[in-house]
Design a protein around this ligand. Structure first.
Ligand SMILES: Cc1cc2nc3c(=O)[nH]c(=O)nc-3n(C[C@H](O)[C@H](O)[C@H](O)COP(=O)(O)OP(=O)(O)OC[C@H]3O[C@@H](n4cnc5c(N)ncnc54)[C@H](O)[C@@H]3O)c2cc1C
Length: 343
């Protein structure tokens, strides 16, 4: 048998590496600190036939079983200001950097733009995968470009915003480049003429309560951190993957029909004429808030979050998700699509 020159570990527990805290194992595990490791991997005979999973912070994953392949854990580090023009200052960060750490670092440099996205768990490299968003801002609004390696051809790809095909919790990495591209670093364009983004009522209210009528980027970050800490379970204490379902989009006709039956329906008009419904409200109306199924449950403070009540397996989470989806479909005729990736 050929021994791989790569520092592989086998039968590796992923429990500490997924925020649901699911106790699943990877057949093989490789920490990745540089692109050279990925180039070497492409010619490694021992691992060539194994399925691969790129792992960041494991905060958007449900491990439904032991992973029979190779986990590539992105651990690269580095963040720097790389340039500026009339409109923006450009900051590049390595895929393995912690997202919230990057946000805080940009604020320390006096750069605003990412503050509404404070405290989202996970890595920089995963941020474009689902075009992370929170409190009125989506990643794509601050994204400039990224580099990735195409693991099939070995080519280094330079992708701008258009090439990433961002949409709500979506990008090309979930479609054409799925299971192919490993993001190496991401460059952000942080606006020189910074304006506070207070589109989200919660943030405006929190700032009012703090008597901040002219908030700076740091104030907004602090407000977002306070709101998130109140509303969302800390994965270190209660395993979870944040919002478990996307907010579903429905036609105007379906929204009107639902409104007639449910005048309290929480819905938001979209630029394309469709309506976004609040998935958490739909789940709450089905009576799931605070309920458990096996060792998995629906968080008592926010029905959109599924949680690990202790020793939940990935299958417990899948069963609960399916039960919630079936009830929402039965009551409202609306399909809920999970946000995390099932592995
Ligand atoms: C408490 C909590 C709150 C959250 N709040 C939000 C929120 O407000 N908004 C939001 O959008 N999300 C939220 N999330 C979800 C999650 O934090 C984000 O999706 C985050 O970007 C995932 O990063 P990660 O490094 O943990 O990715 P992982 O879970 O490790 O991976 C997610 C996916 O990205 C792929 N991937 C990871 N890194 C790379 C890479 N370098 N190259 C290619 N593919 C890669 C993986 O293969 C996988 O398919 C929340 C999660 C939790 C637990």
């Amino acid at each position: 048998m050929t021994i791989s020159p790569l520092p592989l570990e086998f039968d590796f527990s992923l429990r500490q590496h997924n925020t649901f805290g699911i106790d699943a194992k990877a057949h093989a595990y490789l920490p990745v600190t540089s692109v050279e490791t990925l180039h070497a991997l492409r010619s490694d005979v021992q691992t060539a036939a194994l399925p691969r999973l790129v792992l960041g912070g494991g905060s958007n994953l449900v491990l439904t079983q032991d992973f029979p392949g190779l986990v590539l854990h992105m651990r690269s580090r580095g963040r720097e200001i790389i340039g500026e023009d009339d409109d923006a200052i450009y900051v590049r960060a390595a895929a393995g950097e912690n997202w919230h750490g990057l946000v805080q670092w940009t604020l320390e440099q006096g750069l605003g733009g990412l503050e509404n996205l404070s405290l989202i768990p996970g890595s920089v490299g995963a941020s474009p995968i689902q075009n992370i968003g929170a409190y009125g801002v989506e990643l794509q609004e601050r994204f400039h470009a990224l580099t990735a390696i195409d693991m099939e051809s070995g080519e280094i790809l330079a992708l701008d915003r258009a090439a990433c095909a961002f949409a709500y919790r979506d990008s090309i990495f979930k479609h054409g480049l799925r299971d192919r591209a490993v993001v190496l670093d991401v460059t952000f364009a942080l606006p020189k003429r910074w304006q506070p983004n207070l589109r989200y009522a919660d943030v405006a209210q929190e700032l009012d309560a703090r008597k901040l009528s002219q908030p700076g980027a740091r104030d907004i970050s602090d407000a977002v951190i306070a709101i998130r800490t109140r509303k969302l379970p800390d994965p270190a204490a209660i395993g979870n993957a944040g919002s478990f379902f996307k907010n579903p989009l429905v036609s105007e006709q379906q929204r009107n029909a639902l409104l007639e039956q449910y005048p309290q329906l929480v819905n938001y008009a979209q630029p394309d004429g469709s309506y976004k419904l609040a998935a958490g409200w739909l789940i709450d109306q089905c009576g799931w808030k605070g309920k458990n199924l096996g060792a998995a449950g629906v968080y008592e403070k926010q029905a959109l979050v599924l949680v690990n009540r202790g020793a939940a397996t990935g299958q417990d989470v899948v069963r609960l998700a399916q039960a919630v989806q079936a009830d929402v479909m039965g009551k409202f005729g609306v399909a809920l699509e999970p946000e995390p990736i099932f592995v």
